[in-house]
Every structure is written in structure tokens, then in C-alpha cells.
Design a binder for this molecule. Structure first.
Ligand code: PNS
Length: 158
């Protein structure tokens, strides 16, 4: 059974993330969405809120599970018996960071392969930061995030 992990901060999940989850889920038998629980960062959404939003956005995908992790990503991947990390690549600005991440992960766990999925054109500008900025000033994020996430953003900034 091939298990993949799609890790991220997901603060909050965007339609671009969901697109990568949908496409990534076709490449493996089981895809685990791993939400980083980082005590050093102050995210907008709690880990419980992130789990709720991600579970709702992926509820029609039978082979997708949502979990959180702390510590090293490769330790989480190994603990889950996975051997593939899936990440999205939007633009050249993502490239440096993704290469660094993939190479450092490979140097500490060479059994794990990183697969980069090129984002679809319509999501190449989209990020959690952009979404938060638009929502903070009451802009319309309807086309940027799944429906429940839109509600969470509206509640957060109202
Ligand atoms: O959505 P993001 O913020 O780009 O996701 C980054 C993430 C969670 C994939 C990355 O920060 C991560 O894997 N953090 C866990 C610690 C780790 O293993 N770092 C890489 C090796 S130094």
C-alpha cells in the first residue's frame, strides 16, 4: 500500500491546497494531510479549526485523512509508514524553498521521496497569506477558499 503525506501550515486551507490534495490522492492509496502544529508560530487558526476546515474540504475523498504533527516531517512520514511527501509548486518564488525542504528531508531520511505537483494556472497566485489579507479588509474570498473556510474567515474578522 502506497501512503503519501501532504504537509503544510494550512492557515487556512485554500482552493490551491485542495487541488493538490485531489491530484495527490490519485497518486497514492492513502494520502495523509499533515498539519504542522508549531508552538513557535502564532497562526490565525487553531489546530482544531484547521482540522475541521480540512476535513470538511476533503470529505468526499475516501482515501484522504487529516492529522496534525509536530517535530520533524520525516519522522511523521515514517511513523505513518509513508514513503512519499507531496508538495505543490506555484511559481519560481516557491522553487528555492521547496528544493531546500526536499533536499534536507532527503539528507535525513533517504527512504522518502518528495514529489512536487505544479499548481494549476488559476491557483498560482493563491496563498494563505493573500487570503488572510483580503479577508481582513472584508474582501471577497469566495473563489479562493472552500465554503466552510470562507465562513471561518468571515467569523474571524467580523
Ligand atoms: O505550508 P508551509 O508552511 O509551506 O509548510 C511547511 C512545512 C510544514 C512543510 C515545513 O515547515 C515542515 O516540514 N516543518 C516541520 C519541520 C521539518 O521537518 N522541517 C524540514 C527539515 S529541516
Amino acid at each position: 500500500m502506497r501512503i503519501g503525506v501532504y504537509p503544510g501550515s494550512f492557515d487556512p486551507v485554500t482552493n490551491g491546497h485542495v487541488d493538490i490534495i485531489r491530484r495527490g490522492a490519485k497518486l497514492v492509496d492513502k494520502l495523509i494531510v499533515g498539519i504542522l502544529n508549531n508552538s513557535q508560530k502564532t497562526p490565525l487558526f487553531s489546530i482544531e479549526e484547521k482540522i475541521t476546515m480540512l476535513k470538511d474540504a476533503t470529505c468526499d475523498l475516501e482515501n484522504v485523512e487529516v492529522e496534525c504533527f509536530s517535530g520533524l516531517l520525516v519522522d511523521f512520514v515514517n511513523k505513518k509508514n509513508a514513503d512519499m511527501i507531496i508538495r505543490g509548486l506555484r511559481a519560481i518564488s516557491d522553487y528555492d524553498y521547496e528544493i531546500q525542504l526536499a533536499q534536507s528531508n532527503y539528507s535525513i531520511a533517504s527512504n522518502i521521496e518528495t514529489v512536487l505537483l505544479i499548481s494549476r494556472n488559476e491557483y498560482s497566485f493563491l496563498s494563505s497569506s493573500i487570503v488572510k489579507e483580503v479577508a481582513r479588509y472584508n474582501g471577497n474570498v469566495h473563489n479562493m477558499v472552500p465554503p466552510l473556510t470562507e465562513q471561518f474567515l468571515i467569523n474571524k474578522f467580523s
